[in-house]
Structure formats: structure tokens, C-alpha cells
Design a protein around this ligand. Structure first.
Ligand code: ZN
Length: 225
């Protein structure tokens, strides 16, 4: 019995030291900036999705200067399309100049699929999806430390996401939920995050346990791996 006790202690000590040793717990954090704007990091790699956008564009969420100042050096910037509520040419240009980093849009997205092969534990897949008034719109699937994170962007239909299996987190605008329901499409994600709400927009009804509504800017989602 004494031996077993010591063994457990040893394992426990090992876990504690390895956490201290690497300085980072094993998790991906996702910070919701606004609209479809997200900041994802595992403590090593910094990824921004649909940010910087044009603050307040089309009546959607605003953000302040500090948000731009806080952008990390050498980050990866991914855009689903180039509408103002997802992308600001001016801010992106300025950020890239000041803080380096790499920009990927529907126009060069195949480069990120190549680039992801050089990033450990990070896989990237792009799906061409439809969005009104935008002839070039993509949704993305990031597989990072084995966690599958789907980024829907502004697409209207749940058709594409319906074909993706075993997602850990699906970031979707609320209309994708309605479309999925109407067309009997299952969204196979353990957790769903609803984004792209208007600043004062309310979601009616009870929020199920496997869903997070991103209506508060800077709220955090933690994805342990
Ligand atoms: Zn939009």
C-alpha cells in the first residue's frame, strides 16, 4: 500500500513540474473580439481570425484602439472574406507593418494550407462557401493539438459544415443554426459558439449546455488538449 501511495505522489509531482516547466497549461484560448473576430493562442502561436475589421461597420460591434495595440508580433491573420465587418485593409496593412505577421485571405489561402505543414500540431483546411455580395468567401477548419475548430464566417448555408465530422468547437453565426434545423443538417460539434450578433441582439430561448453565445466582447473560451 505504501508503494502505491508513493507512486501516485510521484505521478502528481511530475504533472505539476511539467506544467511549471513549460510555463503554459495545455490549452488553446480563444478570445472573442467582436463580429467573427477571434484571437486564438496556445501560448506559442498567435492566430487572428477576421480581425482587424472595420470597427462598427454595418452597425456591428465596435472596438477601441487598445485592441489593435494588443496584437501580438509575428501572428497569423486569417480572413474569411473582405467585407468591412470582417476585414480592414487599412488596419491590417498597418498592423503587418508594425508587428510583422502573415496575412491569408481567400485570394492566397492555399499558401496557409502549405504553411501549416511547417507548424507543429497545426493543420489547416479551407472550404469555399457562399456568401451574398461576396464572390470569394471561405470557411476554415483548424486542427490544433488534435482539437478541431471550425470557423464558419459569414456563409448562409449549413451545407458545408454538415459534412465535417468530429468537431470540438464550431464557430457559427446564428442563422446557420436555423438553416441546419430547416434542412435537417446535423452540426457534429461537441460545442458551438454563436458569433456575429449585433451589439444589442438577444438570443431568445434557453441556451443549451453545448452552446456559448458570444455577445460579450473579450469573453474567453478555453480548449484544453
Ligand atoms: Zn459579416
Amino acid at each position: 500500500m505504501k508503494y502505491v501511495g508513493r507512486k501516485i505522489c510521484f505521478v502528481f509531482a511530475l504533472v505539476v513540474t511539467s506544467n511549471l516547466g513549460f510555463g503554459q497549461p495545455n490549452e488553446i484560448t480563444v478570445r472573442f473580439i467582436g463580429n467573427c473576430g477571434l484571437y486564438l493562442t496556445d501560448g506559442e502561436l498567435n492566430v487572428y481570425v477576421d480581425f482587424p475589421y472595420k470597427s462598427g461597420a454595418f452597425g456591428y460591434m465596435e472596438y477601441d484602439e487598445a485592441q489593435l495595440d494588443s496584437i501580438k508580433e509575428d501572428a497569423i491573420f486569417i480572413f474569411t472574406h473582405k467585407h468591412g465587418d470582417h476585414y480592414s485593409r487599412k488596419h491590417t496593412k498597418r498592423v503587418l507593418k508594425a508587428k510583422n505577421g502573415e496575412k491569408f485571405t481567400p485570394w492566397n489561402i492555399s499558401k496557409l494550407e502549405k504553411r501549416s505543414e511547417t507548424i507543429p500540431d497545426f493543420d489547416f483546411e479551407a472550404f469555399k462557401t457562399k456568401h451574398r455580395f461576396s464572390f470569394n468567401h471561405y470557411s476554415y477548419l483548424i486542427t490544433w493539438h488534435g482539437k478541431k475548430i471550425y470557423l464558419s464566417g459569414d456563409t448562409e448555408s449549413a451545407e458545408t459544415i454538415g459534412k465535417v465530422d468530429d468537431m470540438d468547437w464550431a464557430f457559427i453565426p446564428y442563422w446557420i443554426l436555423y438553416d441546419a434545423e430547416e434542412n435537417d443538417i446535423e452540426i457534429k460539434a461537441k460545442m458551438k459558439a454563436l458569433y456575429h450578433l449585433y451589439p444589442q441582439q438577444k438570443i431568445e430561448g434557453e441556451i443549451p449546455d453545448d452552446m456559448v453565445v458570444l455577445n460579450v466582447q473579450n469573453q474567453l473560451i478555453r480548449i484544453p488538449y
